[in-house]
Design a protein around this ligand. Structure first.
Ligand code: HDE
Length: 700
């Protein structure tokens, strides 16, 4: 498990064009004396200048003054939303030329790789909050294309809470920790959030997504991403089609269980960040395929809902997702602040061939992002920060401002000019020479503040989503509503959610939630919708890709464990791409083997499956250890695959676990191969759902 030393050359394309461009900004002092910011060598970094050994400090001490002044200013304001994030470098490569649909240069040639920087985030919590809270996840991709920056600033859910940008500050104020006491950190289980969403029915569909397993991903590496809004692709002939963007993790998609997510938030608040970092360090580069749903202009009104309403998704059974390329994250950042904190995304950073729709949420976002970067990054020159610099040159007459780095040469900073032969100037009108031209959508209208009638249906797609879930997922959704509303202190808000929201899209769910909250059974809502055409693609259980690649498997052992057997297990798991972790009561060597973690340091919530190793002495220690018994009990409760070999079965017995339940493989030491085969099969399904009725009664 021990991660390899950091190696920035790992990964075939780690040395991409952006990496080269960043090189000049990297500071790597090797055998260099300390110097001040003015370049003066420092002789003493331990003692400030003072008047005598016990005298007061002297203002003259420019070395200490400079050091402390800089330190005082080391923090910048955190993002108002999406403050907590983790990021990685990588490359994107198309599978085919998309010239028929878009002239975007980075989508023309399957042999061309485009550098990317991707930042994943939670939305509600501050920078230091836990990774595994119930929340939407940001999925923002910066493409450093040959034509300039393209940012696809999406989420891990395909819809949004509101239809109009003017409601965003209200929504964010409601979901953020409450004003009087800054609680709760990272989650939506509180009065103001549920007050707002119960009064704003357009939020129903997205709130349901956040009550689903999508809001507690197992890993950032296995999370889907969505552009949310409808955009436009425009080809070289000027023809436009509507497009929705999707990111599909190659390893499939998985979620945590709510009990796990909450416990992990305490045991390892950096769970997702660590998982992403370690996977890349190990060379298990996360891969995501880019998919598009393309809609002809003439078909835009045939879907039964409005294409520009961001609370609606297009079921892929109606418009299939065409997979057009792959993104590989192959390099961790060098410096969290310089790269992940300072990266500035903007949905309005587009390149020729990509354009906007009139989605009123998207339109508002186009204003917000530059504005926020100016206050967050301290001025209008944030595009000069190394991580934000395009690979294409930025040539224009914008000048000066805080922290300007470019030294613009010459007298003419205006256009037209004759002093520098009229340069820089616009691209030629024809053949356009790559200049961005907005799609000339015909437009006519009355200046008016109104919500389009075509945005009025708030419940059909919530019903569609709910009806597309498996039984397991439906159980989780009901439990999530009960948990969240159980934290709401005002009974009238709980009742409003049940009677005015849930009862309009699923009466059975409304009844279940009401029962959990001790509310009277609701009756059918006044705007109730009925049966929808389900979309199986929405169920996460249909997103599982069997296999144990990159899964963490605990090998639970103590002194006396059978070394040969442990080595054989380790090899079998590694051969399938899994990550075995030897976990023991202490870090003391077990024969020649060094444990990777202690049971206390890596409890079962941090692994995907567990094998209790054989060996009489080892099993005896583990069977007597409360921590070890808790480890297997909890793994059982969380529906993880379990195996026990030889005397290792005594540990399951000591925990009073049945050794014949689904997803539990046991056998004599000599049956190693058969036990492993059964175990790998069960672990490859992610969870043993069929075990859940027994698992519920397990105290862990
Ligand atoms: Fe954002 N959003 N947003 N948002 N958003 C920000 O920009 C905003 C919306 C999303 O990793 C902010 O640099 C408005 C939808 C991501 O750095 C800010 C509206 C979607 C990230 C902002 C929305 C997103 C942000 C805060 C409604 C999914 C993190 C800091 C009109 C498609 C990017 C910042 C990163 C960040 C405004 C709605 C995704 C304040 C006004 C819908 C992934 O500008």
């Amino acid at each position: 498990m021990a991660s390899k030393p950091r190696n920035r050359q790992s990964g075939s394309s780690a040395k991409d064009a952006k990496s080269d461009a960043l090189e000049a900004s990297r500071a790597r002092p090797e055998n260099e004396a300390l110097r001040t910011n003015q370049g003066v060598k420092i002789a003493d970094n331990q003692n400030s200048l003072r008047a005598g050994p016990r005298g007061p400090s002297l203002l003259e001490d420019f070395i200490m003054r400079e050091k402390i002044t800089h330190f005082d200013h080391e923090r910048i304001p955190e993002r108002i939303v999406h403050a907590r994030g983790s990021a990685a470098h990588g490359v994107f490569q198309p599978y085919e030329s998309m010239a028929e649909f878009t002239k975007a240069a980075f989508l023309q040639d399957p042999s061309v790789q485009t550098p990317v920087y991707v930042r994943f985030s939670t939305v509600q919590g501050p920078r230091g909050s836990a990774d595994t809270v119930r929340d939407v996840r940001g999925f923002a991709v910066k493409f450093y294309t040959s034509e300039g920056i393209y940012d696809l600033v999406g989420n891990n859910m395909p819809v949004f809470f509101i239809q109009d940008a003017i409601k965003f500050p209200d929504f964010v104020h409601a979901v953020k920790p409450e004003a009087p006491n800054e609680m709760p950190t990272g989650g939506s289980a509180h009065d103001t959030f549920w007050d707002f969403v119960s009064l704003v029915p357009e939020s129903t569909h997205m709130v349901l997504w956040t009550m689903s397993d999508r809001a507690i991903p197992r890993s950032l590496r296995t999370m889907e991403g969505f552009g949310v809004h409808t955009f436009r692709f425009v080809n070289a002939q000027g023809r436009s089609r509507f497009v929705k963007f999707h990111w599909r993790p190659v390893l499939g998609s998985y979620s945590l269980l709510w009990d796990e997510a909450q416990k992990i938030a305490g045991k390892d608040p950096d769970f997702h960040r660590r998982d992403l970092w370690e996977a890349i360090e190990r060379g298990n580069f996360p891969e995501f395929e880019l998919g598009v749903q393309l809609i002809e202009e003439k078909d835009q009104h045939t879907l039964g809902f409005d294409l520009i309403d961001p609370t609606k998704l297009i079921p892929e059974e109606i418009v299939p997702v065409r997979i057009i390329g792959k993104m590989t994250l192959n390099r961790n950042p060098d410096n969290f602040f310089a790269e992940t904190e300072q990266v500035a995304f903007h949905p309005g950073h587009v390149v020729p061939g990509i354009d906007f729709s009139n989605d009123p949420l998207l339109q508002g976002r186009l204003f917000s992002y530059t504005d926020t970067q100016i206050s967050r990054l301290g001025g209008a020159n944030f595009h000069e920060i190394p991580i934000n610099r395009p690979l294409a040159p930025n040539v224009n007459n914008q000048r000066d401002g805080m922290h300007r780095q470019t030294i613009n040469v010459g007298q003419a900073s205006y256009e037209p000019n004759s002093l520098s032969d009229a340069w820089p100037k616009e691209t030629d009108p024809a053949p356009h020479d790559g200049g961005f031209e907005s799609y000339p959508e015909p437009m006519e209208g009355t200046k008016i503040r109104v919500r389009s009638e075509s945005f009025a249906d708030h419940f059909s797609q919530a019903a569609l989503f709910y009806q597309s879930m498996s039984e397991v997922e439906k159980e989780h959704i009901a439990a999530a509503y009960q948990f969240e509303l159980g934290k709401v202190t005002r009974p009238e808000i709980r009742a409003r959610v049940v009677n005015e929201i849930l009862s309009n899209y699923d009466l059975e769910l409304a009844k279940q939630v009401a029962e959990g909250l001790g509310l009277p059974a609701p009756s059918r809502g006044s705007k109730a919708v009925g049966k929808q055409q389900p979309s199986p693609a929405l169920s996460l259980l249909n997103r599982v890709k069997p296999g144990i690649k990159t899964r963490k498997v605990a090998l639970l052992a103590a002194p006396g464990a059978d070394e040969a057997s442990v080595k054989a297990i380790r090899k079998a798991l590694e051969d399938q791409g899994a990550v075995p972790v030897l976990i023991a009561p202490t870090l003391a060597p077990i024969d020649g083997m060094h444990p990777d973690a202690t049971i206390a340091g890596m409890p079962s919530i941090m692994i995907d499956a567990v094998i209790v190793c054989g060996g009489d002495a080892s099993a005896k220690v583990l069977a007597q250890s409360g921590d070890a018994r808790h480890f297997v009990l909890e793994a059982f409760k969380h529906l993880k695959a379990i195996a026990a070999l030889g005397a290792g079965r005594d540990v399951l017995n000591a925990a009073h676990l049945p050794d014949h339940a689904d997803g539990v493989a046991t056998g004599a030491d000599a049956d190693l191969d058969a036990v492993l085969e059964k175990f790998i099969d069960a672990a490859g399904q992610h969870r043993v759902w069929s075990r859940r009725s027994i698992a519920e009664s397990v105290p862990a």
